[in-house]
Design a protein around this ligand. Structure first.
Ligand code: ADA
Length: 551
């Protein structure tokens, strides 16, 4: 399942999710694998790092041009159609499309060579404090295309003084063959408009800007979401040849001095950092499993999720849209070393990730802010230029949302002038045995003297570790569930009591698998700072968070 709703009625779309064969060239072994899924769910491949080939017979019902659409392949994909390479993509956390023209009806062979190994061709996926699984981690679809199709529709809303909204849509229509008398009809709520494109020549893509004015819309609110279908239909003469439906929301999100306002009301973030990781399913969770996570988050009184440290599955974002949960989405980067940040390959791979993240996710009303470069080199002049260029690209792609990054360069960050919201990851009472409130006040004072003044501040990470099931009610030693609950109680109380901050993201929702190279710093070769374990079994801290977030 690619999205929570049907994106096409006129366009014929076939899901390719299901059982594929999986061949491991290194061993000559063949397995059956589920797509979407991770190969680590196959016991013999639980720790396999390398290349494997997914393949499937695909029946095409009529001769035409087709588009293969992948939600995510972890982490490098080479796509083959009847043995010919037709496409490739790097990065598990953004989708990609491959168009194949002139496909005959009948049976064809689709193969995807997947590589999750680390090396000089990978600057975003590195041995890290989260795990790079192998597999086709998100859904795959086959789209039948006519002579022209709607490639994308990006939406934003502006509010009028009378409380109505104007809907602004930029649609991209592409032609595979010459086509005449093309009309594009866009509708949302009770408004509709028609744009004539006349003649399109094969290979041409054309952008259309449309404004649908004065829409009386109900606002998208936290935990009280209203969504509207944005429907585009493409006609050649009087025949509809394509369509594209998305779900959008009408809301305003503003930065007003030190405050963040959603629909003109102050927002306090009570959030969690959440990796796409599950003890049984790895990074490939279905909507039901994602919903179980969100039920726990809502039960604890959370109102936001930070997609640490990469763009999330559109299915998860759809759920957050529906439930009214605010999302800080960030591109794929966690504490990357200086040599990688200075490489040409990183510049290309992170730029591609920025473009794909925003192009694919810009319509989700749940996303209120874009984040970049978690805990990278923000204390140097080189870093300032790197952050500046990335923010410049984000603002060009989406001028409507604020931007931020989570810093760990306490008392030495030089990039706070670049952000709309200042965010810091802090672990007082865990990594450093310092009193939480004092540490927080000292850092906030330093921030305001170094670029944060008159900007909102978020504590983007704060937390402590606990080995699930390790109890120590008297000594309350570090790694016990009791100590984690004690530390989180102090941390959450201090941040929520501070008038200067706009809230926090607990690190983290669930325990996650980490790379073997982190094992000596991560008991169980897991990041154990979850409030629930990797199977979503709550630790003592669950009730501590629930009490404080619901206060
Ligand atoms: C950092 C980092 C997280 C995680 C965390 C921890 O803040 O951003 O990804 O590694 O520390 O658990 O120490």
């Amino acid at each position: 399942m690619y999205r929570l709703f049907k994106e096409h009625f006129a366009r014929n779309v076939v899901s390719l999710d299901g059982i594929w064969t999986l061949d491991v060239p290194k061993t000559g072994q063949r397995y059956y694998a589920i797509v979407p899924g991770v190969w680590e769910a196959i016991p013999e491949l639980a720790a396999f790092e390398g290349v494997a080939v997914y393949s499937k017979a695909v029946s095409v019902s009529k001769g035409c041009d087709i588009m293969l659409r992948f939600g995510g392949v972890s982490h490098t994909a080479r796509v083959f159609w009847n043995g010919d390479e037709v496409g490739s993509h790097y990065n598990a956390f953004t989708g990609f499309e491959v168009i194949i023209k002139g496909v005959s009806s009948g049976e064809h062979r689709l193969a995807v060579e997947v590589d999750n190994s680390f090396g000089e061709n990978s600057t975003l996926h590195i041995p890290n404090d989260y795990f790079t699984y192998g597999g086709i981690n998100r859904s795959v679809e086959l789209h039948y295309l006519e002579d022209a199709y709607i490639a994308r529709q990006s939406f934003y809303a502006t509010e009028n003084l009378d409380g109505t909204f104007d809907a602004h849509v930029r649609a991209t229509v592409c032609a595979l063959k010459n086509v005449s008398d093309v009309q594009y009809v866009l509708s949302i709520a009770d408004k509709s408009t028609k744009v004539s494109l006349n003649q399109l020549s094969g290979g041409e893509c054309r952008e259309i800007e449309v404004v649908l004015p004065s829409i009386m819309a109900e606002r998208w609110e936290v935990r009280d979401a209203r969504l509207y279908d944005l429907c585009g239909v493409l006609y050649a003469g009087d025949r509809s040849i394509d369509d594209l439906i998305d779900r959008v929301g009408f809301r305003t999100f503003e930065i007003a001095g030190e405050k963040m306002l959603l629909n003109h009301k102050r927002v306090t973030i009570k959030g969690f950092n959440r990796h796409e990781d599950h003890g049984q399913l790895g990074m490939s969770m279905d909507a039901g499993t994602m919903m179980c996570d969100l039920q726990l988050l809502l039960d604890m009184g959370a109102n936001s999720v930070r997609t640490c440290h990469y763009p999330n599955d559109p299915l998860f974002l759809d759920l957050c849209d529906e439930l009214g949960i605010l999302v800080w989405e960030e591109h794929h980067a966690r504490a990357l070393p200086g040599d990688i940040l200075r490489s040409e390959l990183f510049t290309k791979q992170i730029s591609d990730c920025n473009t794909e993240m925003i192009t694919q996710h810009v319509n989700h009303p749940c996303i209120y802010i874009w984040g970049i470069l978690n805990e990278c080199e923000s204390e140097t002049e080189f870093g300032h230029e790197l952050y500046r260029k990335n923010f410049e690209q984000l603002k060009h792609l989406d001028p409507t949302r604020p931007v931020t990054f989570a810093s760990c360069r306490h008392f030495k960050d030089v990039c706070l002038d670049l952000v709309d919201v200042v965010s810091f990851n802090i672990y007082p009472a865990w990594y450093e045995d310092v009193p939480v409130s004092e540490y927080l006040d000292k850092l906030l004072k330093w921030m305001d003297e170094n670029g944060a003044k008159d900007k909102p501040v978020l504590i983007s990470e704060i937390g402590a570790g606990a080995i699930p099931g390790y109890h120590d009610p008297f000594r309350r030693a570090k790694w016990s569930e009791e100590r984690q609950a004690d530390i989180l109680e102090k941390q959450i109380s201090a941040v929520l009591a501070s008038a200067r901050t706009s809230g926090l993201y607990i690190w983290q929702f669930a325990d996650v698998r980490v790379d073997e190279k982190w094992a000596m710093r991560r008991p169980r070769t897991m990041n154990n700072k979850g409030v629930v374990d990797e199977y979503r079994r709550p630790k003592l801290a669950y009730s501590t968070v629930k009490e404080l977030y619901n206060k």
